[in-house]
Design a protein around this ligand. Structure first.
Ligand code: ZN
Length: 390
């Protein structure tokens, strides 16, 4: 240790009070009982934090302290307790914070090393692998996602009803984003007329089950993603169990019976359904979040007469349109999984491709809804025959 460094340390000690790990341990106990209020900041590098940290600490590396602390602790009169590995960097950091106007800054003597030496508890954080840190680096750069958000996505499960026009782009982007488990239920095979918009499939897959084709594409894109395929139609025999198993459901179906079936099961399991639909040049998307916004039956208590329902196989659509709506659905799913932003609940976002316009309708819960209303019973409602399956 050089002379100049010793002098800097001596001066820092004159300005920044130091507490022992034992004293901070007691203060943390008081804080957890609501008898004390301060912010505990770990100023070490990420690689050190990953080895373990003091429970209740937040991580602001020394190199980012000046740029990030005001966002983390806006109130400069609030006490901040700093620690590093050995007590030197936190002391320096304490001086910096005082220069920035923080009035009550404390440094832990002996740092994390002494904390562990005292036998106090610490947390070993779960972290991304190096390969994952590279793959998701653009997520890690967004504070609203970050490493914890990415880990959350990797732990998440999304069920896609259909690997068609809406399910294809949704599944592809959810896989790229690192949603760890994707369930895909689809009983159909890939046909040449699908390829104008169902981009998860390709020409060599014609005749293959869509769910299997989607799995092949996703496996090639991201080995972090487990794809569960269900080569069946969603019906009363499987809907309950499937919905129960997933966190968010993306509805890419084009028929009314499935929507009612899914709606009721999602209400029972309390799972959000991200609903999308497209027709010619227009699309719409909304999130049915049980008991938060309206459900599908609040909006459509009865299915339309079969004569008014668009023919399932032959409704025309501009090929890019389901891409736009499907990606809005994927975006909503990720927001729900991360708990960020304002999901499209109680709103219907519509897109008119010809006009180049997005619009929004407000949607309201029906207090008398027979599914989600005060006296609603989602478990014993009428389901309908699938006109498209006939
Ligand atoms: Zn309802």
């Amino acid at each position: 240790m050089g002379e100049a460094f010793r002098e800097i340390m001596r001066q820092a000690r004159q300005h920044v009070p130091e507490w022992t790990p034992a004293k901070i341990h007691e203060a943390l106990d008081r804080r957890s009982n609501g008898q004390d209020d301060f912010t505990l900041v770990d100023v070490r590098e990420k690689i050190e934090w990953n080895e373990g940290y003091v429970p209740g600490a937040i991580h602001v590396p020394r190199g980012h302290l000046e740029s990030q602390i005001e966002e983390t602790v806006p109130d400069k009169s609030k006490k901040i307790v700093l620690y590093c590995a050995g007590g030197v960097r936190s002391l320096m950091a304490g001086e910096t914070l005082q220069q920035m106007g923080y009035q009550d800054v404390v440094s832990m003597t002996g740092g994390f090393g002494q904390w562990k030496g005292n036998g106090f508890n610490f947390i070993s954080p779960r972290t991304l692998t190096d390969a994952q840190s590279k793959r998701y680096s653009r997520h890690l750069l967004v504070p609203e996602v970050g490493e914890q958000g990415q880990l959350k996505l990797l732990d998440s499960k999304v069920l896609l009803i259909g690997a068609g026009g809406l399910g294809s782009p949704s599944a592809l982007y959810l896989a790229a984003a690192g949603v760890g488990t994707l369930g895909i239920i689809d009983a159909d095979v890939v046909e040449d007329s699908n390829l104008q918009r169902q981009i998860i499939h390709n020409t060599s897959r014609i005749g293959e089950y869509k769910a299997e084709s989607a799995r092949e594409t996703i496996n090639a894109l991201n080995p972090d993603v487990t794809v569960k395929t269900y080569i069946e139609r969603l019906d009363e025999s499987n809907v309950k169990q499937l919905v129960e198993e997933y966190d968010v459901i993306i509805d890419g179906t084009d028929n009314f019976p499935t929507r009612y079936l899914l709606n009721d099961a999602a209400l029972i399991a309390n799972k959000p359904v991200v609903h999308g639909s497209v027709f010619r040049f227009e699309g719409q998307v909304t999130v049915f979040k049980p008991y938060d916004g309206p459900c599908y039956r609040c909006l459509y208590p009865e299915p339309p007469p079969p004569a008014l329902a668009p023919s399932c196989a032959e409704a025309g659509v501009l090929g890019v349109l389901p891409g736009i709506i499907g990606l809005l659905q994927a975006t909503e799913a990720i927001k729900l999984l991360l708990g960020i932003g304002d999901p499209i609940v109680g709103r219907m976002v519509t897109y008119d491709a010809l006009a180049g316009e997005f619009n929004e309708l407000r949607l309201f819960r029906d207090p008398n809804c027979e599914a989600c209303g005060e006296h609603g019973h989602p478990e014993n409602l009428t389901t309908y025959a699938d006109v498209c399956a006939l």
